[in-house]
Design a protein around this ligand. Structure first.
Ligand SMILES: *[C@@H]1O[C@H](CO)[C@@H](O)[C@H](O)[C@H]1NC(C)=O
Ligand SMILES: *[C@@H]1O[C@H](CO)[C@@H](O)[C@H](O)[C@H]1NC(C)=O
Ligand SMILES: *[C@@H]1O[C@H](CO)[C@@H](O)[C@H](O)[C@H]1NC(C)=O
Length: 279
């Protein structure tokens, strides 16, 4: 079992920290959060129901289940509900708590009444060329792995070779009306984020938006947002840079305003992360 957890817990159940025994030396930790007095409201994403003696054993059942990302544990009935990759709606319930890996939050973002789904997460990606053919440094899947590291040497950024025109593309799996795209740039050296410029964004070859760039130093810790022209619909979203250079960035999130976010495809393979379907 290579998945591992770090717990964040606001209340006084120190015993929960024994879950740290699942920690291993790999990076990209799943982080469990517990929410007291809440349970997951519907079972549309339910992947299992079992009896468990404690929240710890419920969390442990979730961690050893291939597709579980969130669980709720009803203390009164000792019932553990396992749910798949999602960020489910919760409801108030006495004597229950919700256990989840907080990386799932990255799929969803709320802004007032609007709910945005990140449609790019764990989708298939391609790009014009790969900087390092070992596939660790610079491969296209790094932009949809859900890891926000902006340090290229942590192995989670995209990097093409130097070409006249460079591009990166994600297959969203179905057609969606795209609202905006957030791109996290490299932050490990100024010569890299300063070259994130002249980026065309298209959806099924239709114009979505253009980012002149480059970002200012004060902006690089937040993603660059490119807003699509109204109503642009399609399946293949492409970023293209027509500068004789490389193309580098770390994460791409593609947002649509949907009431229910689609589940990411599983299994998903990208470098050594293939054993962690829910990261
Ligand atoms: C919950 O799951 C049960 C058993 O799989 C099913 O019969 C029921 O219709 C589900 N309810 C909802 C609200 O999805
Ligand atoms: C998102 O969808 C909701 C519900 O359909 C709607 O009220 C809202 O105006 C939409 N927001 C945008 C930015 O399109
Ligand atoms: C996109 O990034 C900006 C910061 O640059 C952030 O304010 C915004 O919430 C992000 N969009 C979504 C939908 O998460």
């Amino acid at each position: 079992m290579n998945r591992h957890f770090k717990l964040i817990k606001s209340t006084a159940f120190m015993v929960v920290f024994s879950l740290l025994r699942y920690v291993d030396s790999q990076s990209n930790a799943n982080i469990f959060e517990l929410e007291n007095g809440n349970r997951i409201a519907s079972n549309v994403t339910r992947v299992g129901i079992k009896q468990a003696t404690s929240d710890i054993s419920c969390a442990s059942s979730c961690s050893s289940h291939g597709t579980c990302c969130s669980a709720s544990y009803e203390i009164e009935t000792s019932t553990c509900f396992l749910d798949s990759c999602c960020y489910p709606v919760t409801e108030a319930f006495l004597d229950a708590l919700v256990i989840r890996t907080n990386s799932k939050k990255e799929m969803h973002s709320t802004n007032g009444n609007n709910r945005f789904c990140n449609l790019a997460y764990h989708r298939q990606t391609t790009q014009s060329s790969i900087y390092d053919n070992s596939g660790i440094y610079g491969s296209p899947c790094n932009a949809v792995d859900g890891l926000k590291s902006q340090d290229f040497y942590e192995g989670s950024c995209v990097h093409t070779q130097k070409e006249f025109v460079t591009w990166w593309e994600v297959d969203l799996g179905a057609k969606y009306t795209i609202k905006s795209v957030n791109v996290s740039v490299r932050a490990d050296h100024s010569s890299h984020y300063e070259r994130f410029s002249s980026v065309d964004v298209t959806v099924d070859a239709l114009y979505c938006g253009y980012y002149t760039g480059p970002p200012h130093l004060s902006e690089i810790n937040e993603p660059v947002t490119i807003t699509c022209s109204d109503g642009i619909t399609g399946r293949y979203l492409k970023l293209e840079r027509s500068v004789h250079d490389t193309f580098q960035f770390c994460e791409v999130e593609v947002f649509a305003n949907l009431t229910v976010c689609p589940d990411p495809p599983e299994p998903w393979t990208c470098r050594e992360l293939s054993h962690q379907p829910c990261v």
